[in-house]
Every structure is written in C-alpha cells, then in structure tokens.
Design a protein around this ligand. Structure first.
Ligand code: ZN
Length: 344
C-alpha cells in the first residue's frame, strides 16, 4: 500500500471514530436519509456453514453490536411501516432504518432471528423460493471455497470459459475470487455450472457432493419465523438477474414467485429485492407492478427523505467491519466503493 493510501485510510478512520463518538452521545448531525441495510449471513464462519465468501458474512458478535447501535441511534421499521407512511396512514419515526437479509440462508434462523427477537427489532428476509427446502450449494460459495483451497499461483480465464488472460492468485486470492464471481454473474446458469466445475478442476480442488448441514432455510423454519412477526419478501423464484429477462421469465420469477410464497405463508408479500442488486429492465418492472408489489429494492446506495420512490429503494451491503465505520456508512458519511454487481 502506498503512503498516500495509508494516510487517506488513517484520516478516514479518525473521522469515522470522531463521528461515532459524537453520535454515541447524540451530538452528531443527521441528514434526512433512510438507510436500508442488506445483510446475507450471520454465523461464526468455517466449513460447517459453507461460508467462504467473507464479503457475505458478519459474525454473531458483530451483528449484535451493530443491532445495539442501531437500536440506540435509529428506529428500525419494516417495509409495511414504510408503505403505511407513504399512504399517509402513519408518521415515520425519527431516524428510521430498515434491516434486510437476502437469499434465505439457514444461519438467519440459527443466529440472526433469535437476536432480532430478543432485542425487539423488526427485519425483512428476502427469500428465493427454489432455494427453500432444497440443498443447492450456492455457486459463489463454491467458487470462494476453490480459491481458498487452491495452491495454484494463477488461473487461465480461457480454461474456464471466462474470457482471455491470466489471473494471478498468489497474494491476491480474495481479489481473484471476486473477479471470477463477478464475471460469473454475467453468464447463464448452465454456463456458470459448467464454469464452476472447470474452475475446480483447473485449480485442483475437489468439491464435495453435499454441504455439511443445510445451507438454506426450510419452509417450516420460514413459517415459524413469519408467525412471530418476521416480514418475508421475495428475492425471485430462482434468483435470476432481472436486467435480462423476457416476459415469460419475468412472470415466473416475480408473479408466480409471489403467488407461491403467499400461498406457502398464508400472508401477503409486499416487498421485492432484485437479485445481485441489479436494476430490473422494463419487462421486469411491468411484472412487479402487475403483481402488486408495494416496495422494490434495486441498486446499492442511500435513500433521501422525504422524496422516496418505493419502486427504487437502494440498500447498503453490510460487512464485518469496525463499528465506527459501520456507523459512518449508515449515516451516509462514508461510501465504500462497490462493484456494480457486488451483491448476491
Ligand atoms: Zn441474492
């Protein structure tokens, strides 16, 4: 790292620390924003959870500290509350925040939901219907596992069907892994499945047939949480990217997905989150309107109040990071550079 970068980082960290200290005693200024946080996984890490992609995981201790901070300085609300506010049926509380989770990982049931309940904090879980009660291994976790285990110094992209050039692995394991994950989000599911297999072969890692324990939730677990007040939203029927769908696929992902989820849960589903935080195309947008969704989460970012477009809600990805940095990001004072497809 160059001296200028180190200096910038130190200044940034000091500024975050100053903000956090002032915020703790209620002295930090606030802009009118609605932060919507996007979590994926909360677990202690390791092979039991098939949790190799560290961008997605927050430890239970960090999550608890983040919740305690949010509860003190913000008012967590649900999307249903937000809809009621926009219809003029109820006011918005001071410093509102929405806490969301994507994909329906089982560790939400094990680690996140008990904490949320104990602290009385509402949250929204966006599920993928086809993941529930099935045991697909998330392809991005398999890619991350391959990069964690490989001893190869480099990867020829041509050998895995991802273009040209040689990707160095050695000292930049995480960067190489994320470059491959980002390239793979842009190809079809069939091509991706094949590419994951080729990647494992090229890098000399064998992928086990089944994960050590279920990675995703069961319908039973989801129903149990919905019954005690968890807000469940849809994240697509099969997690297809909505910037490239035609009318039939859009209807299957959105309309049929909503009907299926509502029938399973016996309750209305009002919110949708676009997979990989990629904005929907016009066809998908049509489907979302026709299906009657009230809220659609699209791309990364913060939302300004009071001019809020419920069909274009931006979210902030949450990482395992120091509390002052988390606090500054939630307040909109610090932007972590995100790749356009950095999401899942
Ligand atoms: Zn996702």
């Amino acid at each position: 790292m160059r001296i200028a970068e180190v200096a910038t980082r130190m200044v940034k960290e000091a500024a975050c620390q100053a903000f956090y200290q002032a915020d703790r005693v209620g002295l930090a200024p606030r802009r009118r924003r609605l932060p919507v946080l996007c979590y994926h996984r909360v677990n202690p890490g390791g092979p039991d959870y098939l949790s190799y992609d560290q961008r997605l995981r927050v430890s239970p201790a960090t999550f608890e500290a983040q919740l305690a901070y949010l509860k003190k300085r913000y008012t967590p609300i649900s999307f249903a509350d937000l809809v009621r506010w926009q219809r003029g049926e109820s006011p918005l509380p001071r410093n509102p925040v929405v806490i969301t989770f994507d994909d329906g990982y089982r560790d939400f049931f094990q680690h996140a939901h008990p904490l949320l309940r104990r602290m009385g904090i509402p949250a929204t879980l966006f599920v993928v219907n086809s993941y529930i009660d099935s045991q697909p291994k998330p392809w991005w976790e398999e890619v991350a596992l391959v990069f964690e285990k490989t001893r190869e110094p480099a990867l020829s992209l041509k050998d895995v069907g991802l273009g040209q050039g040689i990707l160095a692995i050695g000292d930049s394991r995480a960067a190489a892994c994320h470059a491959v994950i980002n390239a793979m989000t842009a190809i079809s599911q069939d091509a991706r499945d094949e590419a994951v297999g080729r990647l494992a072969t090229c890098l000399g890692v064998s992928l086990d047939a089944s994960p050590p324990q279920p990675v995703f939730l069961s319908w039973q677990e989801l129903a149990t949480m919905a019954e005690v007040g968890l807000e469940v939203g849809l994240h697509g029927r099969s997690h297809a990217l909505l910037d490239r769908v035609g009318p039939l696929q859009a209807e299957a992902e959105i309309g049929q997905g909503k009907a299926e989820l509502e029938e399973r849960l016996g309750r209305k589903v009002v919110a949708f989150a676009c997979p990989v935080q990629v904005a929907p195309n016009a066809t998908a947008r049509d489907s979302l309107h026709r299906s009657g969704f009230a809220v659609v989460c699209t791309t990364p970012g913060l939302n300004r109040l009071p001019s809020l477009d419920l069909y274009d809600i931006h979210r902030l990805l949450v990482y395992e990071e120091p509390l002052p940095i988390f606090a500054a990001r939630v307040a909109g004072l610090l932007f972590r550079p995100t790749h356009p497809t950095e999401g899942y």
